[in-house]
Design a protein around this ligand. Structure first.
Ligand SMILES: Nc1ncnc2c1ncn2[C@@H]1O[C@H](COP(=O)(O)OP(=O)(O)O)[C@@H](O)[C@H]1O
Ligand SMILES: [Mg+2]
Length: 237
């Protein structure tokens, strides 16, 4: 059973990396849409002062179950904790370059997703974030799992050679990488441009296979729910 079907956990998941453009806000929106599709509620905390995610939210009426709240860096912790009392899921989107936000987001999280394109700067940024997570876990004496999500990858079955090379850099640095990858898909770009849910876009903006995009996001949500399940089971023991 997927934990999306039950309401026993109210997890907080943050999307962190010091590297801009690695796919934090996009992955955050995609996961929120998938949670809402399963009939659950989700609050996204947008703590990026540029308010990029909030501007996506303002274009169209959001699907039922999704709320976006903006929070300045010094409000992030409280905003996330308040949201956890009001929704099934809380997702925190942070600004890449703001170290203080990343640390605050890590500290309120049950899971940290670290998106990384297949490039060296992204991988190095990811390793830096994972180190911060380990340091905070230790300080708080709380296990905070973190996983690298490879983004902008090839949508087909064949992996770009560079993706493999960058995964090697990450693995050598001891970084745990998710099995699922978020592929580069124009439909996701259209979503942030035209607002709302990518599955509701006009056909001409959906590309050739919206269903495969949806499947990709479904697999991402499933892997995240499995990680959370393991995390909560361990914590309950
Ligand atoms: N999987 C993807 N497929 C297509 N475009 C993407 C994908 N992920 C992100 N983008 C686009 O790349 C840009 C940067 O992504 P974004 O999620 O804003 O990164 P970050 O929040 O880490 O800065 C945005 O214009 C977004 O639309
Ligand atoms: Mg962003």
């Amino acid at each position: 059973m997927s934990i999306f079907e039950g309401k026993f956990f109210m997890p907080t998941i943050s999307f962190c990396s010091p590297k801009g453009g690695c796919g934090k806000s996009t992955s955050c929106i995609l996961l929120a849409l998938e949670i809402a599709r399963r009939g659950l509620s989700v609050i996204i905390i947008d703590s990026d002062p540029k308010g990029w995610l909030s501007s996506w939210a303002a274009i169209k009426e959001l699907p039922k179950g999704i709320q976006v709240r903006q929070a300045a860096q010094d409000e992030l912790t409280e905003a996330a904790m308040d949201a956890a009392e009001a929704a099934d899921y809380v997702l925190v989107d942070v600004e890449g370059s703001d170290d203080a936000s990343i640390i605050d987001a890590i500290m309120v999280s049950d899971l940290v997703i670290v998106p990384s394109q297949a490039s060296r700067p992204d991988a190095l940024g990811a390793v830096q974030t994972l180190k911060q997570v380990r340091r905070r876990s230790r300080l708080l004496n709380k296990d905070i799992p973190a996983r690298v999500l490879m983004t902008f990858t090839e949508a087909g079955a064949v992996e770009f050679r560079i993706t493999g090379e960058v995964k090697n850099i990450l693995e050598e640095a001891g970084a745990p990488i998710m099995s699922v990858q978020l592929a580069y898909r124009p439909i996701f770009k259209s979503m942030v441009t035209f607002g709302g849910d990518y599955m509701d876009l006009p056909k001409k903006l959906q590309g050739s296979s919206p269903e495969s995009a949806r499947e990709n996001v479904g697999v991402l949500a499933h892997e995240i729910s499995e990680l959370l399940k393991a995390q909560f089971t361990a914590a309950a023991e």
